[in-house]
Design a protein around this ligand. Sequence first.
Ligand SMILES: *[C@@H]1O[C@H](CO)[C@@H](O)[C@H](O)[C@H]1NC(C)=O
Length: 292
Amino acid sequence: MAFLSTNCNSTPLITVTLIMLWLIPLVTHADNFKKNFHATWGHDRVKILDDGKQLTLSLDKYTGSGFESKSRYLFGRFDMKIKLVPRNSAGTVTTFFLASNGPIHDEIDFEFLGNVTGEPYTIHTNVYSQGKGNREQQFKLWFDPTTDFHTYSITWNPHNIIFSIDGQAIREFKNRGSIGVPYPVSKPMKIYASLWNADDWATMGGRVKTNWKQAPFIASYGGFRITACKWAHSTRSTNCLNSNSNGEKDQWKKQILKSSDIKRMKMMQRKYMVYNYCTDNNRFPKGLPVDC
Ligand SMILES: *[C@@H]1O[C@H](CO)[C@@H](O)[C@H](O)[C@H]1NC(C)=O
């Protein structure tokens, strides 16, 4: 490493060598929380179980908890298996998201807003690019997310971002950079997950508070699969994206929704979407955002 850092600005020949050393590799990380993640807050409320195969987060009235990936990634497919807080989860928010560092950041979010026993969770999604978010879409689910693990996936490539649940796309955010809509293309992101108290807004707009008698609240992460371009230093992702894109593990690199996928996604949206910023005329009285 000393060699690399002292020679950064040297002759072209060395620069070429360095770029070759810094090609972003395509990696597959799967199912070991110990190896690929670490706890970021909440101390022993983050528990790694079963030799790294599972992880649980807990929330009590003192604090919630969270973890993040050790690596940063620039494009990839990220699958996380999650079993949400059971029974009365009102006021709690469980998350799984990608985010870059720094003030004008990029972020791709899944947030799960809890509810009182028997009432449905709300799945909240958002995309920030160059610091700008306000692109919320929310959904109900077609299953109980607290009894089994389900797979929540983010596919992020230069063409689009696809949110899916158990392989079913529910949202697509296209790269419309050509018409001036910022799209995350250059900042590497880490994977984050957390469980925290948001009873000032999460459940029915903050009207239902967290019932601390039921604490600790527990969310379980039951495995993951990351197939992504792993970022190292200041480098470009082109090589990772262009390398032999034939195998199953390369599919995400060029993945866009086919017309049959779009049809099915629209059907799911008609049934399960409960909020869409793109139809919220009250919020955008001067006209809907260009990305809509
Ligand atoms: C909780 O349940 C109520 C009643 O079904 C519903 O209106 C609300 O959207 C649900 N979710 C949240 C996060 O409040």
